[in-house]
Design a protein around this ligand. Structure first.
Ligand SMILES: Cc1ncc(COP(=O)(O)O)c(C=O)c1O
Length: 306
């Protein structure tokens, strides 16, 4: 994956890619004391547009608040303009956007108050996270041997960098076992989420998803919820057991990076007919049109750059 670009925005400056470095003694690097977002911009008939930009920035600032930062040097509008400018100066149309707010200059006593937050924004061209074929064929997943965070151990509403050690453990194990993605259970043993996606189950025409209590409040989850409801499906938020996945008609996962992808197999058990199911494909198609500004009622989700 090529991650090069011309410039990375750092604390208000456009820094050439090769010079966008930080010191080895930055505390965020040692303790995971940073928060981040994963955002995408898509090319549309009206030029590039960032998808659900405001919601992502609000979540970034919420994550910072959860980590304990008390003062942010930037407002939602300033971060929004910085992101838009970073995409523009790099000349990308379809790209991934990674803002990172990290503990800088202090923090060695494990107290965020002794440091200050720095903000950097990188962008790179990135297409399918899980590959082109996955759209129709779906992907194979396993139930991870690693449990998702207890909400009182790591804060599951926040995209805190240190939280992602849990995702790295699960994803590495899953891929070494020959699967493409890991599904994690919550501390009570119910389905939580994947390493970077929320999960939905389709059974008897109804769509079920875990409540947001133990998981990240995915912005794609919200978009998919809205789309599915507009298509006339009933969506229930309730605990889902591991065996409910095995007997589901369809299971799909969604996130900014993965978009909306069906699961063809879980723990060596075929789901439905072993490829992306009908309802998954229907929702996936609408989602793909929505992100490219092709559906009037969802155009408010697209933040056009021009
Ligand atoms: C653990 C986890 N769950 C769910 C998601 C999906 O969130 P979103 O749709 O906002 O990208 C992500 C990705 O950010 C994630 O890291």
């Amino acid at each position: 994956m090529g991650m090069e670009s011309k410039f990375i925005w750092m604390n208000g400056e456009m820094v050439p890619f090769e010079k966008a470095t930080i010191h080895m003694l930055t505390p965020a690097l040692h303790y995971g004391a940073a928060v981040f977002e994963g955002i995408r911009a898509y090319n549309t008939d009206k030029g590039p547009a960032v998808f659900r930009l405001k919601e992502h920035i609000e979540r970034l600032l919420d994550s910072a608040r959860v980590l304990g930062f008390r003062e942010f040097p930037w407002t939602v509008d300033q971060v929004s303009e910085a992101i838009r400018e970073t995409v523009r100066v790099n000349g990308f149309k379809d790209c991934y956007i990674r803002p990172l707010m990290y503990l800088d200059g202090g923090g060695w006593n494990l107290n965020v108050d002794s440091g200050k937050p720095s903000l950097a924004i990188a962008v790179w061209e990135w297409n399918n996270y899980l590959g082109d074929e996955a759209l129709e064929k779906g992907i194979r997943a396993n139930i991870s041997s690693f449990t998702r965070h207890h909400p009182n151990v790591m804060m599951t509403k926040a995209k805190i960098s240190g939280n992602y050690a849990n995702s790295i453990l699960a994803k590495t194990e899953s891929q070494r076992l020959g699967f493409e993605e890991a599904i994690m259970l919550d501390p009570q043993g119910y389905i939580a989420e994947c390493t970077g996606e929320n999960l939905f189950v389709v059974r008897h025409g109804k769509i079920i998803t875990p409540s947001t209590a133990p998981v990240l409040e995915g912005i794609t989850r919200h978009s998919i919820h809205t789309i599915a409801q507009d298509l006339g499906y009933r969506i229930l938020e309730q605990p889902i057991s591991r065996d409910q996945l095995y007997i589901a008609d369809e299971v799909f996962v969604c996130g900014t990076a993965a978009e909306c992808i069906g699961l063809s197999e879980i723990d060596f058990r075929k789901i439905g007919d072993g490829k992306s199911g009908r309802i998954t494909r229907e929702i996936q198609n609408v989602y793909h049109d929505a992100i490219r500004g092709k559906i009037k009622k969802y155009e408010g989700w697209c933040d056009y750059l021009e």
